[in-house]
Ligand binder design. Structure first.
Ligand code: ATP
Ligand code: MG
Length: 361
């Protein structure tokens, strides 16, 4: 079992300094609105992913008026203890150390400590744009396959180069397309690999999502989930070739894995247009639970589950179901934020699960 046992924060958002020990598998973080519960939860996520779940601009994670932040996470996996230190000084490169040894690349760390977050805005996974659903798949795959993130980063870099070339060719008139051919070759190499990996993982996670959904929303078997990509039945190079004229006119790359999506349908209609709030929440929990189980199966370790304000804004009934699976069946670590300690303890008592409360003030 993977556990975070302690976290020490310095200059991280509204935590100038603080040290918190997690002594039981289930920990509740309580305190009034704005006190820093979500930020503390996010610091755990940060130690796993070297980035915030909520704030992608790193400068905004540094406490106001602080020169930078430092996070120190103490993890335990069976008998092994590991210490992760992340230092982010304003304006300089992020530093990351595992047991005092620096990482050369931050990407090498992803997947070492697996973790799943559920936060109120995650309902956008159902209602929002495809970018969020691609990110859902990508975050999962990155934790399982170290080369995936490298391929994805390489793809995005070449995609930017290709797009700026398309803009330049438009401005200066289309001349020699040799450079475009070279970039297409490179983009195709990474694009095909990303597609194959996404398809493989989608095929595995798909039945898990459906079975959780039907478990939560009994007898609702009208839901369909598809992995949408232009690369089905072809390859990236072919795709780029057949879209080149369009790309030259529109000055951007119109096809490729950067346009992939997960499509949720309800009786052939878009799920988000038809489903009720409750059905959307059921689907969200099914996606997250499937992600959790997939990480568990592939790594043999329970991921750390981080739950932000789920009782308040998401759902208490579905939460109880999820806690039952995670805490009782898998015996994984769970950290939950809530403004109401008595609500948390009440739910845990009804499930017969012990909880350690941390009160922020
Ligand atoms: N970079 C920063 N430096 C200092 N304070 C910050 C920074 N970023 C955010 N904050 C502060 O952190 C506070 C919010 O903390 P957080 O979201 O963790 O609260 P919370 O306890 O989860 O509240 P709620 O119960 O409303 O969800 C805000 O008051 C905000 O001003
Ligand atoms: Mg909060």
């Amino acid at each position: 079992m993977l556990m975070i046992k302690k976290i020490i924060l310095t200059g991280f958002k509204n935590h100038p300094s603080g040290s918190y020990s997690f002594e039981q598998p289930v920990v509740g973080i309580c305190g009034k609105n704005g006190i820093g519960k979500t930020n503390l939860l996010d610091s755990v996520y940060y130690c796993c992913f070297t980035k915030s779940y909520f704030q992608s601009i790193d400068a905004q994670n540094i406490g106001f008026g602080e020169p930078g932040f430092r996070l120190e996470g103490h993890f335990e996996r069976g008998d092994t203890r590991e210490k992760l230190v992340c230092i982010n000084r304003a304006g300089s490169k992020k530093e990351l150390y595992l047991n005092d040894i620096p990482y050369e690349k931050l990407s090498q760390h992803i997947g070492r400590f697996c973790c799943v977050m559920i936060a109120p805005d995650d309902i956008d996974l159902i209602n929002g744009t495809g970018e969020l659903r691609r990110k859902f798949l990508d975050v999962l795959i990155c934790q399982l396959d170290a080369s995936y993130l490298l391929d994805l980063n390489a793809y995005n870099k070449i995609l930017q180069q290709r797009n700026s070339l398309l803009r330049n060719e438009h401005k200066n008139g289309v001349g020699d397309e040799t450079l475009l051919d070279i970039l297409d070759g490179q983009l195709a190499r990474y694009g095909d690999r990303v597609f194959q990996k996404r398809l493989e993982i989608f095929n595995e996670i798909h039945p898990k999502i459906l079975s959780h959904y039907m478990g939560i929303a009994a007898h609702e078997n009208q839901i369909r989930i598809r992995y949408e990509s232009k690369l089905h039945g072809t390859d990236m190079l072919q795709c780029l070739k057949s879209n080149r004229q369009k790309d030259l006119i529109l000055q951007r790359t119109n096809s490729g894995i950067h346009r992939d999506d997960l499509i949720f349908e309800w009786n052939t209609q878009p799920f988000k247009n038809i489903a009720s709030q409750g059905q959307k929440k059921s689907l969200l929990f099914s996606l997250k639970l499937a992600e959790y189980e997939m990480l568990l199966e592939k790594t043999g370790q329970t991921p750390i589950l981080l739950l932000d304000d789920v009782f308040e804004k998401l759902d208490s009934e579905r939460m109880t179901n999820l806690l039952e699976v995670v805490c009782k069946k898998h015996k994984g670590q769970v950290i939950i934020t809530d403004t109401h300690p008595e609500r948390l303890t009440g739910v845990m008592e009804s499930l017969n699960i012990g909880i350690q409360l941390i009160k922020l003030q």
